[in-house]
Design a protein around this ligand. Structure first.
Ligand code: SIN
Length: 282
């Protein structure tokens, strides 16, 4: 087998010619480099069990045990991203970046498809490297040197109010709202220098970024919504990943957004997610 890295339209790269259960050090290095460069990496036809999933994720760093998602019954390292036929809402059903509400946001996540709907359930990704590069000069100068406040309380706390975690997505799938209520809101630069690639990336997202530092939510809204609208409407920055049995996606939380499409009502979709610890962003 020959490891091949093929960039996907918009963001990411598909990596073929490898078995994630039996990676050599050289193959792992190539994968790690592709991850830093492309922001999202996609694998097909992988026959991995939970132990293989954990072993692969651990090569990138320590595993973050998710505080809010239900855990796999046998593997606390694996967060369940599940939607049952009777559920209406899904987890991650809007553009977001995982863990920006942490002081040291997670580096990335490895998502494995375990049970897929017959139709739908794709995941969208967007490049925050390209989002920054394609901002016009006026927007670039408006955010130059600024910081933003991020929070998870309105998503995971009592009375969560967004489509990321609407009431029925919470039923047994999202918990620890009391822990969420104690989260302190971190401040991160609006434009980060990526810790792995050294490239600049836009680092605000519609789920967890609440305001610019020193401004109220209302004062921040006009500029913040221009940044979000730029990403929503710039389809050239987007990739739609169509899941198949054996598919695995790994995304970089610092340089991408993602969005789990919720277009498969009445069907089951079971995904296993492992998230890898990150570092403070500058
Ligand atoms: C997530 O936001 O972590 C879930 C992504 C997906 O289920 O496709």
């Amino acid at each position: 087998m020959t490891l091949t890295i093929t960039p996907t339209q918009g963001v990411g790269a598909e990596i073929t010619g490898i078995d994630l259960k039996a990676l050599s050090d050289a193959e792992f290095q190539a994968i790690e480099q592709a991850f830093a460069e492309h922001g999202a990496i996609f694998f097909r036809d992988q026959d991995t069990n939970e132990d293989d999933h954990i072993a692969f994720a651990q090569r990138f760093g320590d595993i973050n045990i998710n505080r809010f998602f239900g855990a796999h019954p046998g593997y606390p390292q694996i967060a369940m991203v599940a939607k049952e036929p009777g559920d209406t809402d899904n987890i991650g059903g809007g553009w977001h970046t995982d863990h920006s509400y942490d002081f040291e946001p997670a580096l990335g996540s490895v998502l494995v498809a375990r049970e897929l709907p017959a139709t739908g359930g794709d995941t969208m990704f967007a490049s925050m490297y390209a989002a920054y590069e394609t901002l016009d000069d006026e927007l670039k100068s408006a955010i130059e040197g600024r910081n933003a406040v991020h929070s998870g309380r309105h998503i995971f706390g009592e009375g969560a109010d967004t489509h990321y975690n609407q009431s029925d997505a919470g039923e047994g799938r999202i918990g620890n709202s009391d822990v969420a209520e104690t989260l302190k809101d971190p401040v991160h630069p609006v434009v980060i220098t990526h810790p792995l690639s050294g490239k600049k990336a836009l680092y605000v997202n519609p789920a967890f970024t609440v305001s610019f530092e020193g401004e109220s939510r209302d004062e921040s809204a006009p500029l913040m919504s221009k940044l979000f609208a730029h990403v929503f409407s710039s389809h050239a920055l987007h990739t739609r990943f169509v899941w198949k049995p054996g598919s695995i996606a790994m995304w970089d939380n610092c340089s991408t957004w993602h969005w789990a499409l919720n277009d498969y009502q009445g069907q089951r979709r079971i995904m296993h997610r492992i998230t890898i610890e990150g570092c403070a962003l500058h």
